[in-house]
Design a protein around this ligand. Structure first.
Ligand code: RFL
Ligand code: PHB
Length: 390
C-alpha cells in the first residue's frame, strides 16, 4: 500500500490530523493498535479550548459539538471552606471553554473519516517505522498475522505515551524531561445532575477534588489518591463520602449521588521529549508530552501540535515549502512548555502534599486567597485556562 502521510495511532491527534489533511487534498492511512470499540470506550478529557473547537469546525466535525457542547464562561475554585469563581469570559475579552467529551470528539472524527472513505486499519499489530531519515520512509505492521507494508512520504506518530514512534528515535537524539507525582486521580462517571453548572476544582487537606460533567445528566468526579491505591477499595459510597468531605458544606449539599458507570485511576505525570521530529518522523500529542490533567491541557495540546504539523505538511505539498516541517518541533514545543508550566502550577496549587506539612498547606491557602482577590492573578490563570494562542 502507498499513501502520502502514514499515521500511527487513531486517537484524537491521529484522527484530527488525517481529517485536516484530507480536506486539503492530502492522503493518509491510520494504523491503530486497538479496535474501534476499545478506543471509543475510553473516558478521558472533557474541556476543549477555543483553538480546538475552531479546528473541529474547520475540519467539518463541529455540528454535534455546537449542538451538545456546553460553553462555560467561568470555573470555580474551592478552598478554606469557600468557593470563588474565576470569570474566564470577563477576564479574557470573551474567551470560553467548551465541555464536550474526548470520546465524543473521537466518535465525530471517526464518522467524518468514514464518510470520506478514510483508511483506518484497526488492530494493526507490531507497527514499526523505517528509513525515516530518507525521502522514502515506510511502515510495517501485522494484521491477522499477515505482514504488511505502507510506503509514504512522511510519518506522524500520534500513538500516545506508550507508542512506538518516540521509541524509534535513534539513541542519543532525544532529551527527556519528567516529573512524576506521588498521587493519581480516581475518577467516576455517573448518571447524575452535575454539582454546579460550571467545573469546581477543590483544594482540601484530605486532597484534591474535581466536580466536572459531560452533560446536564452525566457527571464526572475525581479525587486525589495515593499512586498505589486499589480500585477495589473504593466503593461508590466511599467515593461520594470523600468528595463531600473535600468540598465546602454548601457545595457538597448540591451533589446528587448515584451509581458509578465507570471508575478508574490515572497516574499524574509531567513529561516532554525534545525534539519532536527526526528526519521525516514527527511526534504529535501524548506521543511527545504528558501533562497532569489539572489544567485540562492534554487533548488541547494534541490539537495545537496537529495544527502546526498539518500547516507544515500542507505548505510542503502545496508549495514545496519545507520551513513549517523544519520548524515544527521548535514551534510546537514553545506552546507545549507553557502548558506544562500551567498544568504543573495548577497541580502544585490544588493537591495535598503531606511531605510539605501544615506550612505547605498554609502557603497554598495564601496563594489561593491572593489569586481569587487579584485581578492580575486571576487574569493570568484565565488566559492559560482558556488556552494560549497558537
Ligand atoms: P491517545 O488518545 O493516547 O491516542 C493514541 C492512540 O495510539 C494508539 N497506539 C498505537 N497504535 C498503533 N501502534 C502502536 N504501537 C500504538 N501505540 C498506541 C492507542 O491505542 C491510541 O488509540 O493520544 P492522543 O491522540 O495524543 O490524544 C491525547 C489525549 O488522549 C490526552 O492528552 C488526554 O486524554 C489527556 N487528558 C485530558 N486532556 C485534556 O485536555 N483535558 C482533560 O480534561 C483531560 N483529562 C486526560 C484526562 C487523560 C486521562 N487519562 C487516563 C490518560 C483524564 C484522564 C483520566
Ligand atoms: C474531565 O471532565 O474529565 C476533566 C475536566 C477538567 C480537568 C480534567 C478532567 O482539568
Amino acid at each position: 500500500m502507498k499513501t502520502q502521510v502514514g499515521i500511527i495511532g487513531g486517537g484524537p491527534a491521529g484522527l484530527l490530523l488525517s481529517q485536516i489533511l484530507h480536506i486539503n487534498g492530502i492522503d493518509s492511512v491510520i494504523l491503530e493498535r486497538q479496535s474501534r470499540d476499545y478506543v471509543l470506550a475510553r473516558i478521558r478529557a472533557g474541556v476543549l479550548e477555543q483553538g480546538l473547537t475552531d479546528m473541529l469546525r474547520a475540519a467539518g466535525v463541529g455540528e454535534r459539538l455546537d449542538k451538545e457542547g456546553m460553553v462555560h464562561g467561568g470555573v470555580n475554585l474551592t478552598f478554606d471552606n469557600r468557593i470563588e469563581r474565576i470569570d474566564l469570559e470577563g477576564l479574557t475579552e470573551g474567551k470560553m471553554v467548551t465541555v464536550y467529551g474526548q470520546t465524543e470528539v473521537t466518535r465525530d472524527l471517526y464518522d467524518a473519516r468514514d464518510a470520506a472513505d478514510g483508511k483506518i486499519v484497526h488492530e494493526a499489530d507490531d507497527v514499526r517505522p523505517y528509513d525515516v531519515e530518507t525521502e522514502a520512509p515506510y511502515l510495517t505492521y501485522k494484521k491477522n498475522g499477515e505482514a504488511l507494508r505502507i510506503d509514504c512520504d512522511f510519518i506522524a506518530a500520534c500513538d500516545g505515551f506508550h507508542g512506538i514512534g518516540r521509541q524509534s528515535f535513534p539513541a542519543g537524539v532525544s532529551t527527556e524531561y519528567e516529573k512524576v507525582y506521588q498521587f493519581g486521580w480516581l475518577g467516576i462517571l455517573s448518571r447524575t445532575k452535575p454539582a454546579n453548572h460550571e467545573l469546581i476544582y477543590g483544594n482540601h487537606e484530605r486532597g484534591f477534588v474535581l466536580c466536572s460533567m459531560r452533560s446536564s445528566t452525566l457527571s464526572r468526579y475525581y479525587v486525589q489518591v495515593p499512586t498505589d491505591e486499589r480500585l477495589e477499595d473504593w466503593s461508590d459510597e466511599r467515593f461520594w463520602e470523600e468528595v463531600s468531605q473535600r468540598l465546602p458544606s454548601d457545595v457538597a449539599a448540591e451533589i446528587e449521588q448515584g451509581p458509578s458507570i465507570e471508575k478508574s485511576i490515572a497516574p499524574l505525570r509531567s513529561y516532554v521529549t525534545e525534539p519532536l521530529s527526526f528526519g521525516r518522523l514527527f511526534l504529535a500529542g501524548d506521543a511527545g508530552h504528558i501533562v497532569p490533567p489539572t489544567g485540562a491541557k492534554g487533548l488541547n495540546l494534541a490539537a495545537s501540535d496537529v495544527h502546526y504539523l498539518s500547516k507544515g505538511l500542507i505548505a510542503q505539498y502545496r508549495d514545496g515549502d519545507e520551513s513549517g516541517l523544519k520548524t515544527y518541533s521548535e514551534r510546537a514545543l514553545r506552546r507545549i512548555w507553557k502548558a506544562e508550566r500551567f498544568s504543573w502550577w495548577m497541580t502544585m496549587l490544588m493537591h495535598s502534599f503531606p511531605a510539605d506539612g501544615a506550612f505547605g498547606h498554609k502557603v497554598q491557602q495564601a496563594e489561593l486567597d491572593y489569586l481569587t482577590s487579584s485581578k492580575a492573578a486571576m487574569t493570568a490563570m484565565a488566559e492559560n485556562y482558556v488556552g494560549l494562542p497558537y
